[in-house]
Design a protein around this ligand. Structure first.
Ligand code: MRU
Length: 357
């Protein structure tokens, strides 16, 4: 697998000896870089819900570490009792956010390992296996992002202006990023690229997180309002778009941050390639189309209040609010899906099936 790359980013999430999980509290960025230490799975769940840790692969890593904390601090004295506690932790973590499939994928992976280890009847063996699996999921995610980045960089020509939406970067993964991994790899290869960063209302993951990551890395970037991209495309100032994904159906339909579909539709209208970068763990082969992907609805305050830390509403009092956190981009608008196992092209039923692990 690929070695660690020299990114300027601190670890998004990590396991500390003694049974603590340290994560960056992303709601505090870019003003302050604050780390939060968690010792229970409930604490991890409480960090996932308000987006202290967010982005599909990072949510998966956090969920796996939540299970590891449950096992590590358990006082169960039989393997079966520990399995029962892990099942409760799984339910708690699974209820945090519905759209990113990596959450459920990671929980299933850890539960499967726990069940297998429990056949020995040895509690310590189950604990060791669960902690090891959570660490492996996280290390593996980093390596997969690097592989994805290198595959995707082939699609980014020298001198390209790349548009991205939301944050699919190191902060949204175990490190390196998916869409921003592609951009990082192109940059590390010496290509002179420039990134247009959609601010990404309502929670401003672009303005707060992607812009910050690009600054840490020294990658030239310009922040734009979400409604600016069409005009830039019309002026020929966007060469391609690269975004991440929260869940991809077997037919290539892509759920990602609200507004992604609009970007893809605009790219289609202007003849600009629209790429999606995601690890294979983001593909939900059980869903035949994006219509089956559950879309998270979030609180009205995220729309009425600009920024995470303000008490002041900008909306007329009493107005009804619709705040879907994600939308689904139809596969026909996606030029390629960049994965850690290679690049899939349409028709995606076949392209994605060929990459399945
Ligand atoms: O609500 P968020 O911030 O978790 O949404 C994140 C996204 O939509 C990302 O684009 C997606 O999870 C891919 S992250 C590599």
């Amino acid at each position: 697998m690929n070695q660690k790359r020299d990114t300027k980013m601190p670890a998004t999430i990590e396991w500390l000896e003694g049974g603590t999980v340290r994560l960056i509290d992303q709601t505090q960025l870019p003003q302050t870089l604050v780390f939060e230490d968690c010792t229970t799975h409930e604490h991890i769940a409480d960090a996932i819900r308000p987006l202290k840790i967010r982005g599909a692969p990072a949510i998966g890593c956090a969920a796996a570490f939540g299970m590891a904390l449950c096992a590590y601090h358990s006082r169960a004295n039989t393997a079966d009792a520990l399995l029962a506690e892990l099942e409760k932790a799984r339910e708690c973590l699974a209820a945090t956010r519905p759209t990113a499939v990596n959450l459920f994928w990671a929980l299933e992976r850890v539960m499967a390992v726990a069940q297998k280890a429990a056949e020995s009847g040895d509690v310590a063996h189950v604990v060791q296996a669960v902690v090891a699996e959570a660490k492996e999921i996280t290390e593996d995610d980093y390596a997969r992002c690097v592989a994805m980045g290198d595959h995707g960089a082939e699609l980014i020509p020298e001198g390209t202006n790349v548009l991205t939406h939301c944050n699919a970067g190191a902060l949204a993964t175990a490190g390196y990023g998916t869409a921003l991994g592609v951009i990082r790899s192109a940059h590390l290869q010496g290509k002179k690229i420039h990134v247009w960063v959609d601010e990404t209302r309502p929670l401003l993951q672009g303005a707060r997180l992607t812009a910050w990551e690009m600054a840490q890395e020294g990658i030239p970037a310009t922040l734009i309002c979400d409604n600016t991209a069409a005009s830039l495309m019309a002026q020929g100032k966007i060469g391609c778009a690269v975004v991440g994904a929260d869940r991809i159906a077997a037919n290539g339909d892509v759920a990602n941050k609200i507004g992604t579909y609009g970007v893809a539709a605009l790219c289609d209208m202007h003849g600009i390639p629209f790429y999606v970068a995601a690890p294979i763990s983001t593909v939900d082969y059980s869903l035949s189309s994006g219509a089956e992907i559950p879309i998270e609805q979030r609180s009205p305050e995220e729309v009425t209040h600009l920024g995470l830390q303000t008490d002041e509403s900008v909306a007329a009092a009493g107005v009804e609010i619709y705040n879907a956190a994600f939308d689904v981009t139809p596969a026909r608008l996606v030029a390629a899906i960049i994965t850690d196992r290679g690049v899939a092209r349409p028709p995606y039923e076949e392209g994605l099936a060929a990459l399945r692990e």
